[in-house]
Write a protein of this length. Structure first.
Ligand code: FMN
Length: 234
């Protein structure tokens, strides 16, 4: 077995990025992420892994201030009401909404999956047939994932992997972020359908992410449980 080689400068860079990243409440509205860096962030999402490789999510980039305002009233996690600011919605350089595929687009044998396996993966019919069977067993027997809510939640889990990669990539580039679950689901679905043409039968909101450059340093120091409390070795 070959001995792995420590890479102290890379470890230091990663540690610095993890310490730098915090859930940014207010961004400097004058600072914008460059096109090239934002593209790197989008690539981190796009190249993320997903269960069975089905990529069961879509990513919306909401840049129009008017469109962002449509979410303000019920997006309490990003509207700045608690600190009397314009919040992440009003100050972020870039604002993302991850959509999760629903049962209509992610139940085994769905049209999305068949097209995806043919056109993106370019798999031959016999392999597609094999994966269809395996995925049906996974959903129906192994994990018992059924119906709109459970299948959408499973898709959202995959979206969260992409979200993690987005935030870590941003942090490595010195870009701040905030993940956002603080929104009313029903009203968000309504706005997405009415103003963005998102069909709720096919897609539901999973999570939002604001990106940009912090207006101020974090108000509180980072606290976490220790490794002893969170990790068990066997
Ligand atoms: C999935 C998820 C949803 C979150 N939703 C919100 C939110 O709506 N608004 C907000 O200000 N922070 C939100 N946070 C930030 C967390 O409160 C924050 O990550 C946590 O308190 C740890 O602090 P740190 O990220 O600054 O280290 C969310 C975090 C995660 C992972």
């Amino acid at each position: 077995m070959t001995q792995s080689i420590d890479n102290p400068s890379m470890q230091a860079k990663l540690a610095e990025a993890f310490a730098f990243r915090h859930a940014t409440k207010v961004f400097d509205p004058k600072r914008k992420i460059s096109e090239s860096e934002f593209n790197t962030i989008l690539e981190a999402a796009r190249l993320s892994p997903s269960s069975f490789g089905f990529e069961p999510w879509q990513l919306m980039v909401v840049q129009s201030p008017e469109k962002r305002e449509l979410f303000r009233e019920f997006t309490w996690g990003a509207n700045g009401a608690f600190n009397g600011t314009a919040g992440q919605l009003g100050t972020a350089s870039h604002f993302l909404i991850f959509l999760a595929h629903t049962d209509a687009s992610m139940k085994h044998n769905s049209a999305y999956q068949q097209t995806f396996m043919r056109e993106v993966k370019q798999l031959p019919d016999e392999v597609i047939g094999f994966i269809n069977q395996a995925f049906e067993k996974f959903q129906e027997q192994d994990w018992g994932i059924q119906g709109q809510r459970q299948i959408t939640d499973w898709s959202a889990k995959q979206a969260y992997i992409a979200m993690g990669n987005v935030m870590n990539t941003a942090a490595l580039l010195g870009i701040d972020s905030c993940p956002i679950e603080g929104f009313e689901m029903d009203k968000t679905i309504e706005v997405l359908e009415k103003h963005f043409g998102v069909d709720p039968k096919l897609y539901r909101p999973a999570v939002m992410v604001a990106l940009g450059y912090r207006a101020d340093e974090p108000q509180f120091p980072k606290t976490r449980r220790s490794q002893q409390q969170t990790v068990s070795w066997f």
